[in-house]
Design a protein around this ligand. Structure first.
Ligand SMILES: O=C1O[C@H](COP(=O)(O)O)[C@@H](O)[C@H](O)[C@H]1O
Length: 238
């Protein structure tokens, strides 16, 4: 489902309401809420809303388990860290036990080994079906989502749940949940706004099939498990 907004505040408000509903449903059904956060600039407004009244008080944070959908392989105090942004805008403002927050970073380990350990961690914490209650995502102007960048091998990784690889274009390692794990989630929210996303949004949602070039095409295309929250500028061509 695509939900279009002319006001960013309204987009974030409705995304926050969906987050809260997903949390309440998961906690009522199985006593915990497992969520993968996204990075980049797009989710900051949503995170700030979730950290403030009334949403903050509508979630039982002590039953929430926080993971990431993807990460730049940099220390937590590096300003490029997706986790750092989430701590600043959300996680340091809600009563969630530190032991239930799992950033995609550790010192003194290779990205490949870390990815294997993160997968084991997920196997311990996710439902028996191996699915998240909610995966939050953004989309870059090049049509990538998570760290599924155009023309990278990770787009074809269907065995692992978590993968690490060196992204030449950015001269850094990336860690990411893989396509099958993301697509098994009970709910997926994608946030994309701004005119610079208009072309990619058109190609991903309405263009010819070309997931190598527009990896967000690998997300589920139908059904009510996925909701795209987009603004008028990003939706200009669809
Ligand atoms: O590099 C990344 O970019 C995407 C999109 O970022 P945005 O700044 O355009 O919102 C993001 O979803 C991903 O988590 C991040 O690692």
């Amino acid at each position: 489902m695509v939900r279009k907004f002319n006001d960013l505040q309204q987009l974030n408000t409705e995304a926050a309401e969906l987050f809260v509903r997903a949390a309440q449903t998961a906690i009522a059904q199985h006593g915990r809420f497992t969520v993968a956060l996204t990075g980049g600039t797009s989710p900051a407004g949503l995170y700030r809303l979730l950290a403030s009244s009334p949403y903050r008080d509508q979630v039982r944070w002590e039953q929430v388990y926080i993971f990431w959908g993807d990460e730049r392989w940099v220390p937590l105090d590096d300003e490029r860290s997706n986790a750092q942004m989430a701590f600043e805008t959300l996680l340091s403002h809600v009563p969630i036990p530190q032991s239930q927050i799992f950033p995609m970073w550790a010192d003194g380990i290779s990205p490949d080994d870390f990815a294997r350990e993160y997968e084991q961690l997920l196997r311990l914490h996710l439902s028996s079906e191996g699915s998240f209650d909610l995966v939050l995502l953004g989309m870059g102007a090049d049509g990538h989502t998570a760290s599924w960048f155009p023309h990278t091998g990770v787009l074809h990784e269907y065995d692992k749940w978590v993968a690490a690889y060196y992204l030449n274009a950015q001269d850094m390692y990336r860690i990411t949940l893989t396509v099958p794990l993301v697509n098994r989630a009970n709910q997926i929210i994608v946030i994309a706004y701004g005119a610079n996303k208009a072309n990619a949004l058109y190609e991903v949602l309405r263009g010819e099939r070309n997931a190598e070039q527009y990896p967000a095409q690998l997300l589920p295309t139908t059904g009510d498990r996925i909701t795209w929250f987009v603004d008028e500028a990003a939706a200009e061509k669809i």
